[in-house]
Write a protein that binds this ligand. Structure first.
Ligand code: FAD
Length: 397
């Protein structure tokens, strides 16, 4: 029988939210273990490209940011969580900088872009590999500490125990006073079930949500899945690639087969995705060489200077596939991307079950039924930090 590992806080998942929770719990004095399905690196967070929102602009504020979230969510978000999200945003950015993340700067400040649904420019970036930079900073900090990493250790069972929780993670039996669920969403599995494309990592399969629901945890908006308006449609090796929303922030527009604009390219995600579906339905789309529906994203309107600073990875990938987005439009179509809803949490990441916390994409409420881009990485850092600290405190009580 496997030896039992006693810890104060067990974190499930090693994306941005799990790592933020683990670092935060350890800094609060807890003995922490992170159990994750694959390697420590494997997660959706590392794939995030576009950026992370925080209201650093002179004409911006946490309140304006919160209003944008409320509007984009069609007034369905939990405003207690939204106020925490936007109110903690600047300190989350400074915390990440302390961990070594270097956001792209210009003119003595952060380079900030305007993303879909936003009324102000507030998207900070690290080139177009923001998620990679954030997870690297978090991972290196976590690995430099004294915590235990259980890689290739999928959570398969979780039960209440006398002093907290008993978990089976791969070969490991773990006793934890508090557990933080940070296992992400389910869009990879959902897309596979529907026969559609997804931007997600193969680990995004949703079984941890099911375990929590089985234990009686409350959830909300679980049916609200988000399409990324701009999945790559062609060439074949770019299918399912999430074309960064910053392409549109820096001037790219959506065109139909007659090269006419048919929607506000910087509208909220659900509105832009629906407009593409509708345009194709009306017969105004184009077809990829393998017969898939698509519209054009005119990336030739992006200036070379903006592309070099904010889209170098995207350019490299398309050019390697034989297409130069600065010379010709690229083909795009919405792809399954994000689970808007999830486990109900309070402002410290506590679920409705004692000693069980949740943060990141597995949690619901912060975005209501429609997330704005750039708010998920922010949510991971803001609520990951809070959930880790609260779980550490709970383990001492
Ligand atoms: C291609 C792409 C681009 C994106 N771009 C942006 C962007 O620019 N800005 C933005 O804000 N957001 C973006 N997002 C969304 C954002 O990156 C994610 O929603 C967010 O990072 C999710 O973080 P997370 O920590 O909740 O989950 P993840 O990063 O998905 O991590 C979940 C972790 O849990 C592990 N896990 C899953 N099941 C189990 C189990 N049973 N047992 C143990 N471990 C388990 C996984 O292996 C993984 O390590 C993007 C997403 C994708 C896919």
């Amino acid at each position: 029988m496997a030896e039992r590992l006693p810890v104060d806080v067990l974190v499930i998942g090693s994306g941005a939210s799990g790592l933020a929770a683990a670092v935060s719990a350890e800094r609060a004095g807890a003995r922490v273990a992170v159990a994750t399905k694959g390697s420590l690196q494997s997660c959706n967070s590392a794939k995030a490209q576009g950026g992370i929102q925080a209201s650093f602009g002179e004409d911006d504020s946490p309140e304006i940011h919160a209003e944008d979230v409320w509007t984009s969510s069609h007034e369905t978000a939990d405003m207690r969580l939204v106020e925490v999200l936007t109110g903690d945003a600047q300190s989350a950015i400074h915390w990440l900088e302390e961990l070594g993340v270097q956001f792209t700067r210009e003119n003595g400040g952060y380079r900030i872009a305007k993303c879909g649904g936003a009324s102000r420019r507030r998207l900070l970036q690290v080139g177009d590999r923001t998620g990679h930079a954030i997870t690297t900073g978090l991972r290196e900090t976590w690995e430099a500490g004294a915590g235990t990493t259980l890689a290739k250790s999928q959570l398969t069972s979780l039960e209440p125990a006398a002093n907290g929780w008993h978990a089976r993670c791969g070969e490991h039996e773990v006793d934890a006073a508090a557990v933080v669920l940070a296992a992400g969403g389910r869009c990879y599995q959902e897309a596979a079930d529907r026969g559609e494309l997804s931007t997600n990592h193969p680990g995004a399969t949703g079984e941890v949500t099911q375990l929590a629901l089985g234990l009686g945890a409350e959830a909300r908006d679980l049916d609200a899945l988000q399409y990324h308006p701009n999945g790559g449609a062609w060439p074949a090796n770019m299918q399912g690639y999430s074309i960064p929303e910053t392409t549109r922030a820096y001037g790219a527009v959506l065109l139909n087969k007659d090269r006419e604009e048919f929607t506000d390219s910087l509208g909220p995600r659900d509105a832009v995705s629906q407009a593409i579906f509708d345009e194709v339905e009306k017969g105004n789309g184009v077809e990829t060489q393998d017969g898939r529906p698509a519209v054009l994203l005119d990336t030739t309107r992006i200036s070379e200077a903006d592309a070099e600073v904010s889209l170098p990875y995207m350019l490299r990938r398309y050019r390697a596939a034989g297409i130069d987005p600065l010379q010709e439009p690229i083909l795009t179509y919405p792809v399954l991307h994000y689970q808007n809803g999830g486990l109900v949490i309070d402002t410290e990441g506590a679920t409705t079950l004692e000693g069980l916390f949740a943060c990141g994409e597995i949690a619901g409420g912060t975005h209501g039924r429609n997330r704005m881009m750039g708010n998920s990485l922010l949510e991971c850092c803001v609520f990951g930090r809070r959930a880790g600290k609260a779980a550490a405190e709970r383990s001492k009580s």
